[in-house]
Design a protein around this ligand. Structure first.
Ligand SMILES: [Zn+2]
Length: 214
């Protein structure tokens, strides 16, 4: 399965131009098997997403992109979230205490919202976003190096805010995922892979080649 793990919907992400209905339409067209709405510091879409997911029979998982004091972290499998900024380590511990998973979003993107070198200090992250739809290739390659060095799950996601970006990157899940619980469990098995959309379909990224290709 190919799932886009990091997407912004306009009702709760003020910087997004995308209604959920349009995201699902494009996702289906491209051949995604599921999507994740990860709004900025909000999981407000949960109820609507759950009912819309049923209505259109398409998996929609709601996580969060939390802006910790050291940078953005994507989390899944949590029921609540802090109402103010806390440190990356505190947020990771918070997610783990609820049995969730979390990963570093665009760690080296040039918007000063990635964890950057804090990746070396924090403990408990599950993954690193290697492919991000708004991040330059060199920064994605650096993320891939860190994922490898730190033995964290490398994932891909569009981080879309506009229609053209929906599903440009995704994550390959070797097993079927139909619930957030299964999504969380899949992370802990460490067999996910970043993927990209090209020529009408998804391809798993060859990380070795990607690292050598300067
Ligand atoms: Zn984002």
């Amino acid at each position: 399965m190919f799932i886009d793990l990091h997407m912004h919907e306009m009702r709760y992400s003020g910087d997004s131009f995308l209604p959920l209905e349009e995201i699902v339409e494009i996702a289906k067209e491209k051949g995604l098997d599921g999507i994740c709405i990860t709004d900025h510091d909000s999981m407000g879409l949960r109820e609507f997403a759950a009912s819309y997911s049923k209505k259109v029979n398409f998996p929609i998982f709601v996580g969060i992109e939390f802006f910790s004091l050291q940078g953005d972290i994507i989390a899944f499998g949590i029921d609540s979230y802090p109402d103010h900024r806390i440190s990356a380590q505190e947020f990771i511990d918070f997610v783990k205490a609820q049995g969730g998973v979390c990963y570093s979003a665009h760690p080296f993107r040039n918007n000063r919202r990635g964890l950057e070198e804090h990746l070396n200090e924090v403990r408990g992250l599950d993954g690193i976003e290697v492919l991000n739809g708004s991040t330059l290739k060199a920064a994605c390659q650096k993320a891939a190096e860190y994922a490898r060095a730190l033995d964290l799950v490398p994932v891909g996601a569009s981080d879309c805010h506009v229609p053209e970006k929906v599903g440009v990157y995704a994550t390959y899940f070797p097993e079927e995922v139909h619930t957030v619980e299964e999504l969380v469990a899949a992370f802990t098995k460490k067999n996910l892979k970043p993927a990209y959309y090209k020529d009408g379909k998804y391809h798993v990224l060859d990380v070795d080649k990607f690292l050598k290709d300067i």
